[in-house]
Every structure is written in structure tokens, then in C-alpha cells.
Design a protein around this ligand. Structure first.
Ligand SMILES: Cc1cc2nc3c(=O)[nH]c(=O)nc-3n(C[C@H](O)[C@H](O)[C@H](O)COP(=O)(O)OP(=O)(O)OC[C@H]3O[C@@H](n4cnc5c(N)ncnc54)[C@H](O)[C@@H]3O)c2cc1C
Length: 274
């Protein structure tokens, strides 16, 4: 996939051009106000995950905030420290689990938008608003069927929440996860996911790389029928969950349809904006 010049040149480890301003002098268009929960949260930690991906952790300040693993929420900055034509609000899947008390986390690829750059440069303690959790990329309680999780790149975020929750609650989850990345260095939450796979015997994790490093011994390529049939003996017996950028979600959904998976057996989470 070719990135535009701006995205290719952006390096999240280098300071952004220009001086940030954390004053309120650059208010920008808000995302829909009916999504406001009235909750104000504070930046607690920035956790580098890969060279391009950062997790932002927020302190809920003891305020109750209920959500289900797999849901998303909107984040609204009071003002932008760097200009952003998309404005000062974004939606992100909640990558933390309800079992991680007192915090909220989202994980994102850093490619230089004013919104993300504002958060990357903000001081710890920086305050912002969040909306009401929403979304139906959620495994119903008591669900016992077998799942196939298909994550493309940053699309891993809802699965991190679902799996962290299952591991922390000692819930068995019957799932195979196919996690697609370019290279091993791009795999987000690798150690943690592999730890969960060791902890939950009914969960297996398969990494698939399209441009692997020379010493890679795992799966290579993209999602295709051969790969699915290698790990899934009866494709009709599973529920399929696909998460990632919209183009990949559509492509993977189309492929599942071609090999006979019905629409009813597929759940998708499209990261609009990529
Ligand atoms: C329900 C929902 C859940 C979401 N969950 C997440 C999540 O968990 N994590 C997450 O990161 N995002 C998630 N998103 C998407 C998120 O809201 C942003 O739209 C996305 O991260 C892009 O952010 P940005 O506009 O700040 O641009 P940046 O990511 O900073 O990118 C800046 C610019 O670089 C270019 N660019 C970036 N990536 C590419 C690419 N791959 N190819 C070509 N050009 C590119 C684009 O021009 C883009 O405008 C979710 C969206 C929805 C609707």
C-alpha cells in the first residue's frame, strides 16, 4: 500500500514542526454533542507499542464508566495545539478492558494529524472529554460458539480489550485469532497476546506477515482460502469478527463471502478515518 508523502515522512519519534500551544486559542469543530457523557478524563501515560503506534492511557479520576469489551468512544479535545482539518474530536475503540480499573486506553497509529500530535505533545494530566461508549462489536454474554478474530494492523484494539477481559475474568473464550501485519516489528501487543494464548487453552493466535523479516518462521501472505482452511476445518461453525481500516475490512468480508460464509456469521468493526 502506498502512503502519501506526508504520511511516509512522518516520524512519531521526532518532535513535530512548530511550537505546540496548549492554550484554548484554537478551538475546532466538535464531534456530535449528543455523544457527550460529561466525563472529563486526564492523560496518565503514553505507552509506545511499536515505532508507529502509541497507547494513550487516561485516568478516569474514580468516575464510573461502564463499557463492554469491543466498544468505542469519542474523545473531544478542548482545543488543538496543531491545526487539523478533521477537527478536535475522534472515535477510538477502547483498547483497555473493564477489568483494568480506573483507566481508559486507546491505541493508535501516529501519522501526524493535529489531533494526535496535540495528544502526543500534551503534558501528563492534560484534560479532555469523552462520550458515551457505543458499538456492537461485542461478544454477547454467555455466548459459547467458536470465533475467528481477524485483525488487520491497528484493528487489533477491540480484540485486546475482549481478550484482556477474558483472561482477567478467567472466562474461557473459544477463539482463533489471525493477526495480519506487514512485519514482526509492526505487531501490536505481541507479548501480551501471546501470554493470553498461553493462559487460555481455547484461544490460539496466528501471526501472518505480508513482508516478514528474513528470520520469520510463521505464516506469510494475506488472508486467503488456503490459510483459513489450514486452521479451520469447518468454516460454517464459526462466528467471524473482522476489525481494521475500512478497505481491509471490506476485502476480508468479501473473501469470506466468496468461500461461503454467510453475512449473518460476520461482525465487522471499520475504523473510518483511515
Ligand atoms: C468506531 C471507530 C473505532 C476506531 N478505532 C480506532 C482505533 O482503535 N485506533 C485507531 O488508530 N483508529 C481508530 N479509528 C479511526 C480514528 O478515528 C481515526 O480516524 C484514525 O486513527 C485516523 O486518525 P487521524 O485523522 O488523526 O489521522 P492520522 O492517523 O494522524 O493520519 C494523518 C493522515 O495520514 C494519512 N494516512 C494515515 N494512514 C494512512 C494509510 N494507512 N494509508 C494512507 N494514508 C494514510 C491520511 O491522509 C491521514 O489523514 C476508529 C474509527 C471508528 C469510527
Amino acid at each position: 500500500m502506498a502512503y502519501p508523502e506526508k504520511a511516509r515522512k512522518y516520524n512519531p519519534l521526532l518532535p513535530a514542526e512548530g511550537r505546540p500551544s496548549f492554550s484554548r486559542d484554537r478551538p475546532a469543530a466538535k464531534i456530535r454533542s449528543e455523544e457527550g457523557s460529561g466525563l472529563r478524563i486526564h492523560l496518565q501515560e503514553r505507552r509506545p507499542e511499536t515505532t508507529e503506534v502509541i497507547s494513550f492511557l487516561f485516568d478516569l479520576g474514580g468516575q464510573p464508566f461502564e463499557y463492554r469489551p469491543g466498544q468505542y468512544v469519542s474523545y473531544q479535545l478542548d482545543a488543538l495545539a496543531f491545526p487539523d482539518p478533521r477537527g478536535s474530536g475522534r472515535h477510538f475503540t477502547i483498547a483497555s478492558s473493564p477489568t483494568e480499573n480506573g483507566i481508559l486506553m486507546f491505541t493508535t497509529r501516529m501519522r501526524g494529524s493535529g489531533f494526535k500530535e496535540t495528544l502526543r505533545r500534551a503534558p501528563l494530566g492534560y484534560e479532555l472529554s469523552i462520550g458515551i461508549p457505543a458499538g456492537r462489536f461485542v461478544i454477547p454474554e454467555g455466548e459459547t460458539c467458536q470465533h475467528v478474530f481477524i485483525a488487520a494492523g491497528i484493528g487489533v484494539t477491540p480484540f485486546r480489550s475482549i481478550l484482556r477481559h477474558a483472561a482477567d475474568s478467567n472466562n474461557s473464550i473459544n477463539a482463533l485469532m489471525l493477526y495480519f501485519n506487514h512485519a514482526a516489528a509492526d505487531i501490536v501487543f505481541r507479548q501480551e497476546l501471546e501470554g493470553i494464548a498461553r493462559q487460555i487453552p481455547t484461544f490460539s493466535l496466528i501471526h501472518v506477515l505480508s513482508e516478514p523479516e528474513t528470520n520469520w518462521r510463521g505464516e506469510r501472505g494475506k488472508l486467503d482460502e488456503r490459510l483459513l482452511r489450514k486452521y479451520i476445518s469447518n468454516i460454517d461453525h464459526f462466528l467471524y469478527w473482522i476489525s481494521g481500516p475500512p478497505s481491509l475490512v471490506q476485502a476480508y468480508k468479501g473473501l469470506l463471502k466468496e468461500i461461503g460464509v454467510t453475512d449473518e456469521a460476520v461482525r465487522t468493526d471499520s475504523f473510518t478515518g483511515y
